[in-house]
Design a protein around this ligand. Structure first.
Ligand code: SF4
Length: 370
């Protein structure tokens, strides 16, 4: 991996100061930013309207990388899963999900991209493939936002060419892939600021959602941040007994502390939060669990997103039968809560977070061992 800082981790003010030192006119920074974000450049030579001498000067001071697609898997409903190789060979995943079910057979034109923030994860949620091999490292800001740009480039290459500015695909971002975003807070926020900024990705703050397994100090920091990003909690259990069993983070930040931090966020931002709840057979999908979940959701004025579990190889957990999932959703609604049941897209493509990376890493290790 290059020892140089990546240019997409440099903020525009730093670039402007540098360009002044280099006696470059200010508009050159705008041209550079345009290449970095609107046209998703992956090499200095692509920046055809920058003078060659400036490109060479930039190449001495900065690296310029985008994640490389190692695998792209697609399901019939156009959900796509991307496995990226980063500059140091680390693997991370993103998942592209149509935001609207396609109407009348047309492809949806609004898409959500779920992005990763760490290589592996230290949080050890019992049902999750991302934590199975532990935590390797935090992603840097350019590696986080690079997932969005690399998907846009992949999409543009398939239609009007890599640098096309007309074929924007991603309208929403959820930070819900591999890793706990609150454990890499500064880099995640730098990446999201760039994705949100008019000089960067131009994606509205309200269309960007951070999801945490329940890291209370991170929720409070997000509440105090001037940017209006949304918050989702990966709850998956409405009692300490269940969360302690499947999510070790709960022992440090039990539900009462988590709920207090969520209330603080809602007060500060005036925004509704979402409680994500993976339904796991025999663990948290019993109808009796709907009552404490509904009480918590009412208390927090939160909506609930139910996701039937996707099996992970090597883990013992099972997906509940579809009627049981529907009954759970109905019980929440009867308890006065807005609940959606996401009968998940991409069920057939290793859709559980971290699964594709794990499988690929093991395949690579097997090949290397032969
Ligand atoms: S669910 Fe999220 S926080 Fe928990 S182990 Fe997986 S990636 Fe980490």
């Amino acid at each position: 991996m290059s020892a140089l800082p990546d240019i997409r981790s440099a903020d525009p003010e730093t670039l402007r100061a540098r360009f002044r030192d280099w006696s470059q006119p200010a508009y050159r920074v705008d041209q550079l930013l345009h290449w970095l974000y609107a046209r998703r450049a992956a090499a200095w030579d692509e920046m055809s309207n920058l003078p060659r001498a400036l490109r060479e000067q930039l190449a001495v001071a900065y690296s310029l990388t985008l994640p490389q697609a190692l695998r792209v898997q697609g399901a019939g409903d156009t959900t796509r899963k991307f496995l990226w190789r980063l500059a140091d060979g680390s693997l991370v995943e993103s998942v592209l999900i149509p935001a609207n079910p396609a109407l009348y057979g047309d492809r949806s034109d609004r898409h959500t991209l779920c992005i990763s923030t760490q290589v592996g994860c230290a949080y050890g949620c019992q049902f999750c493939a991302s934590g199975l091999d532990g935590w390797k490292r935090n992603l840097q800001a350019h590696e986080i936002l690079g997932q969005v740009l690399a998907v846009e480039r992949w999409n543009a290459e398939r239609s009007e060419g890599a640098h096309s500015e007309t074929s924007r695909l991603i309208s929403n971002i959820v930070v819900m892939g591999m890793g706990e975003p609150m454990a890499n807070y500064a880099q995640v926020m730098d990446a999201l600021r760039a994705l949100n900024a008019p000089w960067g990705g131009g994606i509205g703050a309200r269309k960007i959602t951070l999801s945490t397994s329940g890291v209370v100090p991170g929720i409070r920091k997000l509440a105090d941040d001037p940017l209006q990003f949304r918050l989702a909690i990966s709850l998956h259990g409405a009692t300490d007994e269940i969360r302690d069993r499947i999510m070790p983070v709960n022992r440090k930040h039990p539900i009462a502390d988590l709920a207090a931090a969520c209330r603080y966020y809602v007060e500060r931002k005036g925004k509704m939060i979402t409680l994500e709840y993976i339904l796991i057979a025999g663990v948290n999908a019993d109808p009796a669990q709907a009552a404490p979940l509904a009480a918590l959701a009412r208390d927090l004025h939160a909506k609930v997103n139910l996701i039937p579990y996707n099996r992970v190889e090597g883990l013992p957990w099972e997906r509940p039968a579809e009627p049981d999932c529907r009954a759970f959703a109905e019980a929440l609604r009867a308890g006065g809560v807005t609940a959606t049941l996401r009968l998940e897209k991409g069920h057939d493509i290793d859709a559980a977070c971290g699964q594709l990376r794990l499988r690929t890493e093991r395949e690579i290790a097997q090949v290397a061992a032969v």
